[in-house]
Design a protein around this ligand. Sequence first.
Ligand code: NDP
Length: 338
Amino acid sequence: GKVLVTGANGFVATWVVYSLLEHGYSVRASVRSEGKGAHLCKIFASYGDKFELAIVPDITSPGAFDEAVKGVDAIEHTASPVHLNADDPDEFIVPAVKGTIGVLESALAHGTSVKRVVYTSSCVSILRIPEQPTVFSEKDWNEQAVEDVKANGRNATGLSKYSASKVLAERAAWEFVEKNKARIAWDLVVVNPPYVFGPTLNEVDKPESLHSSMDEWFKAVCGGIYNTAPWGSDGGPDYIDVRDLALAHVLAIQKEGAGGERLIISSGPWKWQNFTIAGRKIGAAIPAGNTSYDPAKATHLIMYDASKAPKVLGIRYRSIDETTRDILEDYKARGWVK
Ligand code: NDP
């Protein structure tokens, strides 16, 4: 079969494309310009005509994906703004929502062979910042971020603006399916990852160009610089290895029983020091961090019941040791750490 992957040059999507190709699928990779696709064409050259680019310059324009959906059996929609530094909440919300609805509209109108659509949502569309340690599940929705943006607009937090865009886009997708259920021949799966960490396959020439979650990882684990976050500067909540998330995207189109499901894809909680310990155990030249940290006594403000996805997808996740080893090997090969 053939699969359309949107935002294919992103950190997550490049691994999704790789995983699909490795599982025998043909991939149509949509990016905003030829230039953004050049690295993909290079790294996937060995797959020959099983890999092709589709240029979609503006995902918010009507009918943007009409051509890209033709002849594909499934769609993995990952394209969405991922950073925390826009003033205007609409800089996140408009592309997130219009892009998602646009893909679904094109699939409805022109995706005659489409059987499944997977939308890459996020755990930020699930969590809220609680007062007490709280376990969240697929039943939860982050109303807090949507309300922050509604009440405070540009003065809402960066995290709220990004989170609201993911809530509103995911909700729009479920509503689209509900409204059009009599007319659509495909079903929807939503995957909700927490922090995504892992080696780099997309185009990154220097640590400063690392993407948001890996930018935080590099600064913390390789630089000893810890961001402040609502859940504390010591790290958390959960994470997933980018390669496991990519495999989850493949399984999400393969498993019949995944249709209509919202799936938290998470391997569990962490603090930055867990990665530091894992890295120093294998001799990486990284800062010692908080040496008084006791992993057994760590507490987490935000936790997830992520038990559904392994049952539905039949997937096992990598450990912090494996993820850390592979990131540090990647960074060593690039000369970013010793
Ligand atoms: P990246 O920033 O690496 O990739 C984002 C992709 O979306 C890029 O292809 C980018 O294209 C595209 N994109 C962004 N804004 C627009 C826009 N306005 N119009 C068209 N395309 C756009 O992010 P990730 O790979 O980390 O994220 C991929 C998905 O996973 C996102 O949906 C994100 O919300 C989700 N996610 C990520 C997490 C993480 O920790 N990284 C955690 C949870 C969810 P371009 O290069 O042209 O800007």
